[in-house]
Design a binder for this molecule. Sequence first.
Ligand code: ADP
Length: 396
Amino acid sequence: MVKIIAINAGSSSLKFQLLQMPEEEVIAKGLIERIGLKDPIFSMTTNGEKIELIQSIQNHQDAVKILLHMLIEQKAVSSLDDIDGIGHRLVHGGEDFSDSVLITEEAIAHFEKLSDLAPLHNPANITGIKEFQKALPQVPAVAVFDTAFHQTMPESSFLYSIPYDYYKKYGIRKYGFHGTSHKYVSGRAAELLNRPIESIRLISCHLGNGASIAAIDGGQSIDTSMGFTPLAGVTMGTRSGNLDPALIPFIMEKTDKSAEEVLDVLNKKSGMLGVSGFSSDLRDIEVEASQGNPRAQLALDVFASRIHKYIGSYAARMNGVDAIIFTAGIGENSDVIREKVLAGLQFMGVYVDPDLNKIRGKEAFISYPHSPVKVIVIPTNEEVMIARDTVRLANL
Ligand code: ADP
């Protein structure tokens, strides 16, 4: 029996979970928000009890200190010696990491080289790694990459149709993200279907603020909607997803913006926020849409239709599909989006039961028993994957 902390360090936030393994039992979980900003918040739930503190947290070093202090204070651990391993989420592993890895000095130097590919995410993840190393130098740590699961994609899926040299010289290719989530839900789907994962074809729809679809054949990712960065693929909360690349210079010229500013619009002011004009949050959009706001209805239709088309194309890529999975905030909770996405897929054997589709936040089949293609809602659990890999790679 060991205790593992799973960490997801962002630039101003740090999400954590303390798990007991191999039971996969959550002992404590929480979030530190607004690190280095005004009014930082530390929140943690242990034994069903939630505490929230507002106190000065100037940097990640402070965040790690307060987290370790509160784990002891709330009796989640009796001393820091109780912590057996730390698993860190790292967004980008490039082509060099097709599996999680034990963190060493060489590994950190390697991660730093990859920051070029994910300048917004990897540096914050690496800061988290270094601060835990300083605070708990004797505890083994493992890095788990968002990109690793997609490293099985064939070249025909990950190559862009641009000069081949760009791939070789600059690493320009599709990497894909949310791999830890797609891997977790595909494994659960095989268990729920009671079939070996090697024998099934799955389409996994991870629909949160960020959203991506993956085609998983025999347990291996063979294609996914995000690309070189998480901007590509389906419409998201604030990201545009795919568009004609010629639009970028056109928008630059029309709006007198720099390339960087246009990218900022595509990342932060587009998607459902851009279409609806008022929110990126699906809950707000659903409320407005139900009251007849046409732009809210349009945002739902744009979002759902993109996902619908990916399902069709990934079914074509795999010559069929055995099950479609919905996960993350929207996938787990929104019957409205699931219904829209799945409408008109009867031609390929998808028959959804509207009563079962009402489920929220729980594992459940929402297709009729006779539906040749099953549809399953599966809450994702990236932390458990991080903890499993930490136990495996640190030999705990
Ligand atoms: P992130 O990508 O930030 O991890 P989440 O997986 O938490 O995002 O998903 C956030 C999205 O899920 C938001 O658009 C939110 O509105 C939506 N969501 C969460 N709960 C519900 C709900 N009960 N009904 C509809 N949408 C929901």
